[in-house]
Design a protein around this ligand. Structure first.
Ligand code: VG1
Ligand code: CO
Length: 564
């Protein structure tokens, strides 16, 4: 087979962000753009004779890109490709395939929750052999290669039909096209107590209904197999479960703003258990009638109930817990009570991988609707949904006379641990100058100490907040000692509240500023205080955060784009 070398020139800005390279489809469609990035991956790894997994969320431009990766990968010596049928593998499913078949790595075609279609986003992400996103040492190398690339290599072979499962040859390489769903469903069945969940759902057909919304993303076929075929729920338990290349024109992000199809259906029909996942299947939202679980609470509750999940009964139980820095400290309290080790890592799932590989971390989460465990090395939307079903079923097995729902578990958790009121304000696509000026202002206060011990009073609630400290979050990986700096600016207050400012690393263009606010209320405050609406419980702190940062002036925005 002839390997052809195609001359090219570097493109600017091919720097992988929090989770791979994400740009508009039109940017990827420029001549040589996608090829350059794919060759830069192969220039940064040693894939000769290796097995590589390819899959993604099925968004627009995925099938074309699979062919590009086959051409370039084969020319760079990849011995075998394992490809999801029709280029589909959810992010957690791909992580599982890499681990299960001991592949060298994988290339995931996704821009996660960003809208898809010819005028929206596409993305390419490289995962390493543990099944997790490549660490910064690898992504930095890829970026360096994109800056000097002069040529890429291709094999001249006809495009492969991605719709047929089986073993094929492609130039000098082998290709196995696999069922996208089967291995993943088998994995979840080995983790959770499916018989218990099924008997609970069977017994409560009329008074405990489930609705999962795939938001036309990749999870549809996975959720249908698990909920309808394995657990025997009616077909009406799933909606928007056919993956579409443009996600039906929607924004496949499971939060109260974008997952409105779920929220409306749950409210209209009074559904007890609702859930949704994002475009590539790694995020989740748990939302039942009158009960929204914030992701920070969700991971804490799963950790608190881990003993009812068979996976955590094996292998010596739960090892450690972790969260990303901006995520609320609810899970820390669970770790303290249970005497477990716990960690605070920078934003992005790649930072959990080393701890898991070292056997020190079992359950972790991010405030951005990411929850997961060491069963794979990505966050896992359907894992979280089935974890909640497992917990609900177990709680009800101990409560024969009263039906326990999501809200009961939430309130019981607050009564035991107290509640960390948490919210995030996103200011999307703001001018970079404004975003940088905001960062500079906080840095200045950090260096000069000008804000330390200053008292700020919220006008509407008359609450006082005294600044106790400001710092820039830096993380030293406990396993490989690598250091990640500038991971967000944290302002702490004397009552234990905190506000975090961070620039997003996943936007496809423009700057996005995130402001995270957290205020802890102890169990002694009582049910009325603990059960307040989050926006209400955080009102004073949000006012103070906006005032002392001058955010509105710097960004020229009165309101955030999204509040979660
Ligand atoms: C965002 C979230 C982060 C998450 C990342 C990838 O990153 O804040 O918690 O890990 O998206 O999620 P950023 O840098 O924009 O804040 V996904 O579902 O895109 O893989
Ligand atoms: Co995602």
């Amino acid at each position: 087979f002839q390997v052809k070398e195609i001359p090219t020139k570097p493109f600017e800005g091919q720097k992988p962000g929090t989770s791979g390279l994400r740009k508009r489809v039109k940017v990827f469609q420029q001549e040589h753009y996608t090829e350059n990035f794919v060759q830069a991956i192969f220039d940064s790894i040693d894939a000769k004779g290796a097995t590589l997994v390819i899959g993604g969320d099925g968004r627009y431009f995925s099938p074309e890109t699979v062919q590009t990766i086959l051409k370039i990968g084969s020319a760079n010596g990849v011995a075998k490709f394992i490809v999801g049928k029709d280029s589909i593998l959810s992010t957690p499913a791909a992580s599982n395939i890499i681990r299960k078949y001991k592949a060298y790595g994988g290339i995931l075609l996704t821009a996660s929750h960003n809208p898809g279609g010819p005028n929206n986003d596409f993305g390419i992400k490289y995962n390493v052999s543990n099944g997790g996103p490549a660490p910064e040492s690898v992504t930095n190398k890829i970026y360096e290669k994109t800056k000097t690339i002069q040529k890429y290599k291709v094999i001249e072979a006809p495009p492969l039909d991605l719709s047929k499962i089986g073993d094929f040859t492609y130039g000098p390489s082998k290709v196995t096209i696999i069922d996208s769903v089967a291995d993943y469903v088998e994995l979840l069945q080995s983790i959770f107590d499916f018989p218990l969940i099924k008997s609970f759902l069977d017994a409560h057909r009329s008074n405990y209904r489930v609705l999962f919304d795939g938001l036309n993303g990749v999870t549809g076929p996975y959720a249908t197999e698990i909920l309808v075929n394995v657990l025997g729920l009616p077909k009406t338990s799933v909606q928007n479960c056919v993956p579409l290349p443009d996600f039906g024109g929607g924004h496949p992000d499971p939060n109260l703003t974008y997952a409105h199809t779920l929220v409306e259906a749950v409210e209209k029909n009074g559904i007890e258990f609702g859930a949704a996942s994002d475009g590539d299947g790694d995020r989740n939202m748990i939302y039942g009638k009158g009960a929204f679980v914030t992701p920070s609470d969700s991971v804490a509750i799963i950790a608190n109930w881990a003993h009812v999940i068979p996976y955590f009964q094996k292998n010596g139980g739960v090892k450690g817990l972790a969260r990303s820095m901006p995520t609320s400290k609810a899970i820390d309290l669970v770790a303290q009570k249970k005497g477990l080790e716990y960690f605070e890592v920078p934003t992005g799932w790649k930072f959990f991988g080393n701890l898991m590989d070292a056997g020190r971390l079992s359950i972790c989460g991010e405030e951005s609707f990411g929850t997961g465990s060491d069963h794979i090395r990505e966050k896992d939307g359907l894992w979280a949904v089935v974890a909640w079903l497992n917990i609900i079923a177990a709680a009800n097995a101990k409560s024969p006379n009263k039906l326990i729902g999501i809200n009961d578990l939430l309130q019981a958790h607050y009564a035991e641990y107290g509640r960390s009121f948490f919210s995030r304000y996103d200011y999307e696509e703001v001018p970079s100058e404004g975003a940088n000026a905001l960062v500079a202002r906080i840095n200045d206060a950090l260096k000069t100490g000008s804000l330390n011990n200053t008292i700020h009073t919220s006008q509407s609630t008359s609450t006082e907040f005294t600044v106790s400290n400001i710092y820039d979050f830096e993380y030293t990986d406990p396993i490989d000692k690598s250091v990640s700096s500038n991971q967000g600016q944290v302002i702490t207050f004397s009552d234990g509240s905190r506000v975090v400012f961070r620039l997003s690393g996943t936007g496809s263009h423009g700057a996005t500023v995130r402001m995270y606010v957290e205020r802890y209320v102890p169990p002694e405050a009582g049910p009325a205080e603990l059960g307040r609406d989050a926006a209400d419980g955080l009102k004073g702190l949000i006012e103070v955060a906006l005032e002392l940062s001058n955010l509105k002036e710097f960004l020229g925005r009165e309101q955030p784009t999204v509040i979660t």
